[in-house]
Design a protein around this ligand. Structure first.
Ligand code: PLP
Length: 410
């Protein structure tokens, strides 16, 4: 008899953004004349840059010609893109990676979720709290967590590492042994970062405890401060313990294009008993070649163009535009008396909600009274309660208008 994967019934009812969309849709139905400003979901608004568009046009022409048409591409990505990734994202920072350590994919969401395939179900995971929900949900689906506890708002058999004001948003090393550690810096949702010294402690911990770090650096292009590492491999020894996820989504506005990549160093080896060690790189390669058929040629040509001189200049203009929005939100809110974090090395502003309100109550109040949509911190984990996320991805006009509304008495 057919049986479902019952782990799915352990998931909390709605994916956070579906719940927000529903609330906004309900509000709009009753208030069709209200101009809502959405600073909730982390999606870009600026179109693709000209260098990318030009590369795509060229690639489309190639696809239309018998002599240059491309069918299935290499499972792990075309060399022209992988070489650029190695040169521009890593070599330029003194990190030496080989071609077969890079796996081009359709984005960091799928990779951070799918990576669970190559690890045993018995591993214990550690996530930051609050957290990008995909890490937790993908582990719930694959059965690596226990049941949800309504009281603690946590899943059993998961280590939650607080990133909160009290610890300056730097997670503490777990006291109990954990096997898979998810770190995302610059962080979504808090917009905060770790220094190289902070990160070194994690690399050392992973080495001592035979753990693996899954490092999501989807927002590295937003780093403005010198002492913030762009890659975990800037830390000595990280190649032996860390997998890194990157995305063109926020770096180059590829949220609708779909392209990212994952780095699985060959030095990352895991003991399989009797002293023998196995390279995880081979496992991921096998997983991808079985379950994934590569990113389209046109998309990879577009991603390659991100690394051209023009491409770099143009994407930086967009990033600067978003970061100026971040500055406007941060300064506006601070002036209005809010306590605000993030917004310096990330396009996210993490603010403390006024005393006496929960994150969802603040969400409702903001929607109803200011017609602004943000994301309740509690949607990212129990320690997100009392916080609220705004994104800098809106238009300048909307950002200024939102700050104006936010700074008026509620
Ligand atoms: N990782 C983090 C931390 C994110 O915030 C997001 C998107 O919001 C992703 C990954 C998803 O990236 P992609 O669009 O490449 O799937």
């Amino acid at each position: 008899m057919i049986k479902v994967n019952n782990n799915f019934s352990k998931l909390q009812k709605n994916y956070l953004f579906a719940e927000i969309s529903q609330k906004v849709a309900d509000f709009t139905k009753i208030n069709p004349d209200k101009k809502i400003i959405k600073l909730g979901i982390g999606d870009v608004t600026k179109p693709l840059v000209p260098a990318v568009i030009e590369a795509m046009h060229k690639a489309v022409e190639e696809m239309a010609d018998e002599k240059t048409f491309k069918g299935y591409g290499p499972d792990y990505g075309y060399d022209f893109l992988i070489n650029k990734i190695i040169e521009c994202d890593y070599k330029s920072r003194g990190i030496d990676l080989k071609k077969d350590e890079i796996f081009v994919s359709d984005g960091a969401k799928s990779d951070t979720a799918n990576i669970t395939d190559i690890f045993s179900i018995d591993n214990k995971i550690a996530i930051t709290d609050p957290v990008y929900p995909v890490y937790l949900d993908s582990n719930i689906m694959s059965g690596r967590t226990g049941e949800y506890n309504e009281f603690t708002k946590k899943y059993e058999n998961v280590t939650y590492m607080k990133v909160i004001e009290e610890n300056s948003f730097v997670p503490e090393l777990p006291k109990e042994g954990v096997d898979i550690i998810y770190l995302c810096f610059p962080n979504n949702p808090t917009g905060t970062t770790l220094t190289k010294d902070d990160l070194k402690k994690w690399v050392d911990y992973a080495k001592q405890n035979n753990a693996v770090i899954l490092y999501d650096s989807a927002y590295e292009a937003y780093i403005t401060e010198e002492n913030v590492p762009h890659s975990i491999y800037e830390v000595e020894g990280a190649r032996e313990v860390a997998i890194e996820f990157r995305s063109f989504s926020k770096t180059a506005g590829f949220t609708g294009m779909r392209c990212g990549y994952t780095v699985v160093p060959k030095d990352l080896k895991i003991a399989i008993g009797s002293g023998e060690k196995i390279g995880i790189n081979e496992f991921w390669a096998r997983r991808q070649s079985t379950k994934f058929n590569g990113v389209s040629y046109v998309t990879q040509k577009a991603a390659e163009a991100v690394y051209s001189l023009e491409g770099q200049k143009q994407i930086k203009e967009n990033i600067n535009y978003y970061m100026e929005n971040a500055r406007i939100i941060k300064q506006g809110l601070e002036k209005a008396g809010y306590t605000v974090y993030g917004g310096i090395n990330a396009p996210y502003i993490w603010l403390k909600v006024p005393k006496g309100l929960s994150s969802w109550e603040f969400f409702d109040k903001l929607l109803e009274e200011k017609n602004i949509v943000g994301t309740p911190g509690s949607g990212f984990g129990p320690s997100g309660e009392g916080y609220f996320r705004l994104t800098a991805f809106g238009s300048r006009e909307n950002t200024i208008e939102a700050v104006k509304r936010l700074t008026q008495e509620m």
